[in-house]
Ligand binder design. Structure first.
Ligand code: NI
Length: 182
């Protein structure tokens, strides 16, 4: 297992269109393991392969929800999910706002509107096909990660004004981080 480098905006890697996975084999499963390790360490709830420099249609997610839904400080239960060659079959007309972040746009958050219900199809890490209805955070997170496969970041859904604000804050945070390290 290994921690992988997470590419950050504006790296052109993140703008690549990911290509379909052709074989689900041990090599791919090793990458999936490393992606989970990298995502948990970050920490984040979703990671697309292109974010670690592999432009293939593969993503991992774990919402890391609290073990006791009534107590948000209870230790999270791990529920790793793998999506290979995911497709949205249909989605709700209704959209909900959700404050999104992204490991490739570190520490920046902004509200994005997306359908809160999707029907999706994908392969798992054993090459088995699934088709399921997904709701709420799971649906939103899947759409965010699937955007990465098209070279799209959540900030692309914002108005130019808001996007510029986020990018300015990101540049400022990087500068401060740099001067602290120096
Ligand atoms: Ni992201």
């Amino acid at each position: 297992m290994a921690l992988l480098r997470i590419y950050e905006t504006p790296d052109p890697m993140l703008r690549q269109i990911s290509t379909p996975v052709e074989t689900v084999d041990d090599e791919l499963r090793a990458l999936i393991k490393d992606m989970f390790e990298t995502m948990y360490e970050a920490p984040g709830i979703g990671l697309a392969a292109v974010q670690v420099g592999v432009p293939k249609r593969l993503l991992v997610m774990d919402l890391q929800e609290p073990s006791d839904p009534a107590d948000e400080n209870s230790p999270p239960v791990k529920l790793p999910r793998v999506f290979i060659n995911p497709e949205i079959v249909s989605h709700s007309d209704s959209e909900v706002p959700y404050t999104e972040g992204c490991l490739s746009v570190p520490d920046q958050y902004a509200e994005v509107m997306r359908p809160d219900h999707v029907r999706a199809r994908w392969l798992d890490e054993h090459g088995k096909s699934h088709e399921e209805d997904l709701d709420d955070l799971l649906a939103i997170c899947l759409q965010h990660e699937m955007d990465h496969l098209e070279g799209v970041l959540f900030i692309d859904h914002l108005s130019k004004l808001k996007r510029d604000m986020v990018l300015k804050k990101l540049a400022k945070a990087r500068k401060e981080r740099g001067s602290r390290a120096a």
